[in-house]
Each structure stands twice: as structure tokens, then as C-alpha cells.
Design a protein around this ligand. Structure first.
Ligand code: RTP
Ligand code: MG
Length: 156
């Protein structure tokens, strides 16, 4: 794990809309479990534009942002907390490079090679650091404290 003590680490995995609609969920879950991950929690959710824009806020100034939001809201996604030693790095390795078209050539055993199509439609997400993982897990699974919910509502 990132703390080097052999403790388990958590990362966030998402099966994106094309992965869910293409019926890859069971095959991806099989790879996850055979790779030694524990699926700590999972949830199917339909993201709205605000959710997706918030989740991918780091990309808000990129040329592909509008298209990314359209893609991520095009159908339900399966969100999972994945747990094992060094989970962030291992999950990133397992999913393969961002461009699924290239992954089919350079990383044929990767999940993106199995179910992705191109640079955008790459069927899965993985947190890119321990810090991102914590933020992303909280984004989907942490209960919002009541006063925080009120504050957020007031800001809208
Ligand atoms: P992710 O965050 O979804 O796990 O993917 P990643 O780290 O491998 O790639 P990232 O750079 O964070 O990009 C986020 C997602 O945006 C879409 N994308 N489209 N058209 C493009 O140039 C482009 N580049 C990225 C992909 O769906 C990518 O996973
Ligand atoms: Mg990323």
C-alpha cells in the first residue's frame, strides 16, 4: 500500500456506461476478484451532468470535457470500492492505458482492451492516486452531514 506497511488500500473503480450496457459487468467483476481485490461496496447509479462534471472537475478546461460528461451520463454506471494491498496502482495496471484502442495492441490482457473502444469510450475508471481515491470514495459513498447538505443547497 502507499503507506508501505502491508495494509490494505482502497481505490475507486467505475464501470462506465458502455461497460454496463455492453454487459461486461460480470466479466470485469471476475477479473477483479481473480486479481485478489475485495469489492468492499458497490452501487449502480445514473450520473446527472452536475455529478459527472463535479467528479471530473480536474478536466473542466479540457477540449474533451463536454463529450466526457455526455458519455458518463449516457447510462448507468457501476461504482465500486476495491480493496487490496497497493489497490490504486494495481487497479490502474489492470485497467490499462486510457486509449482503449491502443490498449488492444500494447496491453491486450487489460480490461480496457477487453471492453473499451477508443480514447474516450474506455469502459472503466480508476483513481489515479491514493489522494484521488479518498476523494472519489467520499464522493460516492460518504454520507453528507446534514449541515453540509444545507450549505450545499444554499450555494446553488
Ligand atoms: P479515468 O480518470 O476515467 O480513469 O481515465 P484516465 O485517468 O485514464 O484518463 P484521464 O486523463 O483522467 O481522462 C478521463 C477520461 O476522459 C476521457 N478522455 N477523452 N477525447 C480525449 O482526448 C479524451 N481524453 C480522455 C476518457 O474517458 C478518460 O478515461
Ligand atoms: Mg483520470
Amino acid at each position: 500500500s502507499s503507506n508501505g506497511s502491508g495494509e490494505k488500500e482502497r481505490t475507486l473503480g467505475i464501470i462506465k456506461p458502455d461497460g454496463v450496457s455492453g454487459n461486461y459487468t460480470d466479466r470485469i467483476r471476475k477479473v477483479i476478484l481473480e486479481s485478489g481485490f475485495h469489492i468492499n461496496k458497490e452501487m449502480i447509479i445514473q450520473l446527472d451532468e452536475d455529478n459527472a462534471a463535479d467528479f471530473y472537475a480536474e478536466h473542466s478546461s479540457k477540449s474533451f470535457f463536454t463529450s466526457l460528461i455526455k458519455y458518463m451520463t449516457s447510462g448507468p454506471v457501476l461504482v465500486m470500492i476495491l480493496e487490496k494491498e497497493d489497490a490504486v496502482a494495481h487497479w490502474r495496471h489492470l485497467i490499462g492505458p486510457t486509449d482503449a484502442g491502443k490498449a488492444k495492441i500494447t496491453h491486450p490482457q487489460s480490461i480496457r482492451a477487453m471492453c473499451g473502444v477508443d480514447l474516450e469510450k474506455n469502459c472503466v475508471h480508476g483513481s489515479d492516486s491514493h489522494q484521488s481515491a479518498q476523494r472519489e470514495i467520499a464522493f460516492f459513498f460518504k454520507e453528507t452531514p446534514p449541515d453540509e447538505a444545507v450549505r450545499k443547497h444554499d450555494e446553488l
